[in-house]
Design a protein around this ligand. Structure first.
Ligand SMILES: Nc1ncnc2c1ncn2[C@@H]1O[C@H](COP(=O)(O)OP(=O)(O)OP(=O)(O)O)[C@@H](O)[C@H]1O
Ligand SMILES: [Mg+2]
Length: 379
């Protein structure tokens, strides 16, 4: 199918979280219709979509019902079983396709894929069921390691730190004895991510690189553009493009990287979708990652990824709601700040509820403003 889907066409999204919501807002502005599959009709995407198919993301029938109502199907999360995408592909284009998810959604196959491409990553091994063998692997990896469940992790869920003194049986229990991989603890000096988009015709456009700080395994702030040498930027971009091409990916994609003290880059993980560290593009770049994803899945030319301003994004986590809705006037007191709330009904500790974008070419000052606003919002 080479004919582009023009405004007026209907886009389907599997999953109704904040990524789908921001894509829906961009899609509707451009004149597309959007229908979402989610267990809740009032999910963040459902609130701003043209329609909701209520059903579980692993329910074949619900997914096929969604597909019957739309011109193309895309994803809000990579945790939709790839077998469901294979079934949808028989009738409706899916972008990115089932093969991308098949490689990505299992940490083991993702790591094997990166090894096959010869791309640098943390030393890793499959986690043995046998605790003696697992202890030997941890020792091999330098005595400090992270056990990561192969499937369904996000925001550090399904991960446990291990060292030589760890109770491995208990650690196994904490990830519910799921099939897992172990990787060395990387002594990174910082984390960065490359957000890019790849079109149906293979064209790739790359956004300015983002620098990310995590707190308790959850993204805390993103600064863009990340201060980088030209050489570092080129190496990061080359890694991300290599991955996007090898996957034959269509749509926005994020590659999370660890930067070591000597400047080397290791791939942490691949997200075949719009990404939290790309939220800054919605406000600070000529084309947001959400419009870009719509263009890519519609088979249209990609938009300009140029930054219009420096930016810092601050995530708003559910803990801020501990004593009721935060005093948002402290955000508005910064004229360069933009508030985004995702319409989630139940704030929970660790849950991403929204973010604030600070538009400022002086990104050190923007980082300071972000911390000041956070302090003012903290109960
Ligand atoms: N091998 C490692 N060494 C050091 N830190 C790590 C390692 N793996 C993960 N981390 C830290 O934990 C964070 C989350 O890890 P990872 O990206 O694997 O998890 P995730 O649950 O898939 O997260 P998300 O989907 O939110 O990015 C990383 O961004 C990093 O800060
Ligand atoms: Mg990650």
């Amino acid at each position: 199918m080479n004919k582009p889907l023009l405004p007026g066409a209907t886009l389907g999204v599997l999953g109704g979280g904040q990524l789908g919501r921001m894509m829906a807002l961009a899609a509707r502005r451009m004149g597309y219709r959007i229908i979402v599959l989610d267990p809740s009709a009032s999910c963040p995407t459902g609130q701003v979509a043209d329609g909701v198919v209520v059903g579980a993301l692993d329910d074949d029938d619900a997914a096929l019902e969604l597909a019957s109502q739309v011109d193309v199907v895309t994803l809000d999360t990579e945790h939709v079983p790839y077998s469901i995408l294979e079934r949808i592909e028989q009738t409706t284009p899916v972008r990115p396709g089932s093969a991308v998810l098949r490689t990505i959604q299992d940490r083991l196959t993702q790591k094997q894929f990166l090894d096959k491409l010869g791309l640098p990553q943390a030393k890793w091994a499959p986690a043995s069921e046998d605790l003696t063998a697992l202890a030997a692997t941890v020792a091999d990896l330098g005595g400090h390691a992270i056990l990561k469940a192969r499937h369904a992790g996000y925001d550090g869920k399904g991960q446990v730190r291990l060292d030589s003194a760890s109770d491995l049986e208990a650690a196994r229990g904490r990830i519910r004895h799921a099939s897992a991989v172990v990787e060395e603890v990387v002594p990174f000096v910082r984390e960065i991510s490359v957000i890019l988009a790849r079109a149906v015709d293979g064209d790739i456009k790359i956004y300015p690189i983002a620098e990310n700080v995590h707190h308790r395994h959850i993204l805390h702030t993103t600064r863009a553009p990340a201060p980088m040498t030209g050489d570092g930027r080129t190496r990061a971009e080359t890694i991300a493009c290599t991955i996007a091409r090898a996957l034959d990916h269509v749509g926005v994609m994020a590659v999370e990287l660890f930067e070591l003290a000597d400047g080397r880059l290791l791939v942490n993980e691949i997200a075949p979708r719009t990404h939290n560290s790309g939220h800054y593009t919605y406000g600070a770049a000529a084309t947001s990652q959400f419009e870009q994803h719509v263009r890519a899945i519609a088979g249209l030319p990609l938009g300009d990824t140029r930054a219009l301003s420096g930016a810092v994004m601050l995530n708003l986590i559910g803990d801020l709601w501990a004593k009721g809705p935060p005093p948002w006037q402290h955000v508005m007191a910064h004229p360069e700040a933009r508030l985004h709330l995702y319409g989630k009904a139940a704030p929970a500790p660790g849950r991403k509820m929204g973010h604030v974008l600070f538009l400022d070419d002086d990104t050190d000052r923007a980082l300071a403003s972000a911390e000041a606003v956070l302090a003012a919002l903290t109960p």
